[in-house]
Write a protein that binds this ligand. Structure first.
Ligand code: ADP
Ligand code: ADP
Ligand code: ZN
Length: 216
């Protein structure tokens, strides 16, 4: 099963994708993670996108479509793909349809995670991850069971994203409304869209996503 998790920055896409990976053997394709990895390893592309990402603007369609193409051609697709943070523009959505078709796959459903802007500020400013394994946490909503120690790998170093501040969030939200929200209509018209309440607890959102996948 191939799915898109669609929602603004901080909606909970990464959190839910990680659980689907663990429990359903799906492959998470997060363009945000791929771009951050390119920055960390210091590639030319990584250097090129750094400023754009820190400001909260969108990287060009060409770059992110290239990243997704590479993954679709090489990753093991047997458990299905979760597209997280991609597509973000209509051009990316068209490209995804063509790329899936070219590898003999198709899109099963798009789960739109609905949240409001005020909740997003708290989600984004409280977000941090394990520096070792990347497990996601939140200052209030998802603390490690033992303070200062990652539940998943026992790591003790954590990090926060350079773009997780209120200024960059404003730009990212505007980019979402302007460039990404048209995808809601696009997938509705394609009879792929299912919308769920992303404001509920992490467990409740997880149940809604399971129901949506059953229904796809
Ligand atoms: P969030 O978790 O806030 O939704 P991501 O980790 O998905 O953010 O993306 C971080 C940044 O990477 C974005 O603000 C943007 O600059 C860039 N980016 C990620 N995915 C895309 C995409 N599909 N198209 C354009 N830019 C992207
Ligand atoms: P996205 O990938 O959509 O940008 P994340 O999954 O990184 O969003 O979630 C943003 C922050 O909100 C993280 O710190 C995460 O732990 C927290 N979070 C995720 N889902 C929920 C939820 N349902 N309720 C409260 N906090 C949540
Ligand atoms: Zn960890």
């Amino acid at each position: 099963m191939n799915i898109i998790l669609l929602g603004p920055p901080g909606a909970g896409k990464g959190t839910q994708a990680a659980m689907l990976v663990d429990e359903r053997n799906m492959v998470q394709l997060s363009t945000g993670d791929m771009l951050r990895a390119a920055r960390t390893s210091g590639t030319e592309m990584g250097k090129m996108v750094a400023g754009v990402m820190d400001r909260g603007e969108l990287v060009t369609d060409e770059i992110v479509i290239g990243l997704i193409r590479e993954q679709l051609e090489t990753a093991d697709a047997s458990g299905g793909f979760i597209f997280d943070g991609f597509p973000r523009t209509l051009a990316q959505a068209d490209a995804l349809g063509e790329l899936l078709q070219s590898v003999g796959q198709s899109l099963d459903t798009v789960v739109e995670m609905r949240v409001d802007d005020t909740a997003l500020v708290a989600r984004i400013t409280g977000r941090y991850t394990c520096g070792n394994c990347g497990e996601g946490y939140h200052d209030e909503a998802k603390k490690p069971k033992v303070e200062g120690t990652c539940d998943k790998c026992g790591g003790t170093e954590f990090k926060r994203r350079a773009d997780d501040n209120e200024d960059s969030l404003k730009t990212r939200l505007m980019a979402y409304y302007k460039d990404t929200s048209p995808l809601i209509g696009y997938y509705y018209a394609n009879k792929k869209l299912q919308s769920i309440d992303g404001l509920a607890s992490i467990d409740a959102v997880k149940s809604s996503i399971s129901a949506a996948l059953e229904n796809a």
